[in-house]
Ligand binder design. Sequence first.
Ligand code: BMA
Length: 334
Amino acid sequence: MSENSKSTTIIGNALPNLPWEDRPEGSIEPMWRFSQNPIIGWNPMPSGARAYNSAVVPYGDGFVGVFRVDSKSGRAGLHFGTSPDAINWQLENDLIEWVDEAGNPNPNSYAYDPRVVKIEDTFYITWCDDLKGASIGMGYTKDFKTFVKTENPLMPFNRNGVLFPRKINGEYVLLSRPSDSAHTPFGDIFLSHSKDMTYWGKHRHVMSSGGSGWWQGTKIGAGPIPIETKEGWLLFYHGVSGTCNGFVYSIGAALLDLEDPSKVLYRTRGYLLTPEKEYETTGFVPNVAFPCATMYDAPTGRIAIYYGAADTYSAVAFTQVDDLIEYIKNDSEV
Ligand code: BMA
């Protein structure tokens, strides 16, 4: 798409203060990295060693986020953060203090890989929680001051719970990736429906690992909140390849049917981004690019993708929706 033309592809809001850099001169990549990556490095605050695989959203005049922070004991928890520009982040040193619906303390044993979505006037948060092993955690906030933790929506073992940003045919929809309690050597993406955000059912298979692309041969998991476009729900996801040196996490994308998102319309055969830069290949866990959030500016079609790198850093990449959709369609394998 030419630089000054308007896009009508994303069905959503304008965000003129979205962080952005144009595609580097000469690059043919569908997704390109922020030149100042990583945006959060080792030891981001006194209590935390690494902040990564985190979720950010526009809020007020700026931005807020729910960050996965591995503490100096190694345990993962969720911390609140704020930023004027979505690049420079201030993370709170203390964990988010969850309460139950009656306002009583309702702490997590551990929590990681959060996603945040605004549905109507409420921000819902999902993460990987402990329900006798890895399971989907769920909570909400209206003001990023009081955080209410609700019931686990699904049975263990499960990870990568990702809500759609609106009801579809009158029901909330939640993506997830049933797994095991450890480092799961398998995994497909499923979705579930709910009328009330409490009881979840009508489970449907969405897509499997595998295909001709080895980068997604071992397992896949939904990434950021799907973006509504005229061409379908744009879902970024992670795909995992099992090598003799361990797993490699890359980023791909799919377009799902707007009315029935269990139907995959197009899906990347090759990855969009794979660990190449030192902050992706070297860290606490090498070779991980794990996307948990996007923000977009609908009138320009600009998308910023927030991903964790090497289970250590927070990083940003960019893409433009029309160019990306064309790219996915041109080399799709469903
Ligand atoms: C997955 C999750 C992610 C992590 C990845 C690579 O199972 O735990 O948080 O980024 O492994 O270690």
